[in-house]
Write a protein that binds this ligand. Sequence first.
Ligand SMILES: Cc1cc2nc3c(=O)[nH]c(=O)nc-3n(C[C@H](O)[C@H](O)[C@H](O)COP(=O)(O)O)c2cc1C
Length: 207
Amino acid sequence: MNDFTNIVKSRRSANNFIEGVEIPQSDLEEIFGLVKYSPSAFNLQHTHYLVVTDPILKEKIYESCKQYKVHTSSAVILVLGNRNAYQGVAKINEGMHNLGILSKQELDRTIEIVTGMYEGRGETFMKEDAIRNASLSAMLFILSAKEKGWDTCPMIGFDPSAIKEILQIPDEYETVMMITMGKEKISSQRPRGYRKPNGEFVSYNGM
Ligand SMILES: Cc1cc2nc3c(=O)[nH]c(=O)nc-3n(C[C@H](O)[C@H](O)[C@H](O)COP(=O)(O)O)c2cc1C
C-alpha cells in the first residue's frame, strides 16, 4: 500500500483521545504548511483555522457541546470560512502583479470578475462558498494531521453561536466545523461504518 492509500484507509474519526497529550506548535505549523496548498475558488483562500490549546478555553468549548473528546483532545480547531474572502482579491494578486506575472490590466480584470461574481450572486453564494472552500481545506487538514501522526474528528455537534461568543469570532466568518485533534484512544475506536460500493454513489454521464 502506498503512503497516501495508507493515510486514507487508516484515518478514522476518533471517538476519544488519550488525555494529557500536548501537541507541539511545530507539528501544527508543519500541518498548516501543507494545508495552505488546498485549492480555493479564485485562490481566495477563504479558510481560517482557530486553534484552541488553552485548557480553560477548551473546557468552555466542552461545556457548550458536551462531547467528551473535546475534553481529552490535544487541540480543538475551529474551521472558519470567510464570507467576504472575495474582498481580498486585490491583496492576494498584487504580489503577482509586482513580480510582473500579472499585468495591471489582468489584475484589474481579475478584481472586476471576482467582485462581480460574488456581489452579483449575493449573500447565499458568499455563505455557500465559504463553507465549500473551508470544507475542502478541512479535509486536507485531516489528512495532513494523520500523515504527521495525529488523529482527528470532524464535528458539527456544537452550538455555533455559543462558540462564536466564547472565541469572539467576527461575524463575517462561518463556523464551518470543529476538528478535535490528539492521539486516538484506540480502545474506544468504533468499528468502521458501512461504506456504499462505488455503484451506489458514482454515476457516469448522467444520474
Ligand atoms: C461534517 C461532519 C460532522 C461530524 N460531526 C461529528 C460530531 O459532532 N461528533 C462525532 O463524534 N463525530 C462526528 N463526525 C464523524 C462521523 O461520525 C464519521 O466521519 C463517520 O461516522 C465515519 O467514520 P470514520 O470517519 O471513522 O470513517 C462528523 C463528520 C463530519 C464529516
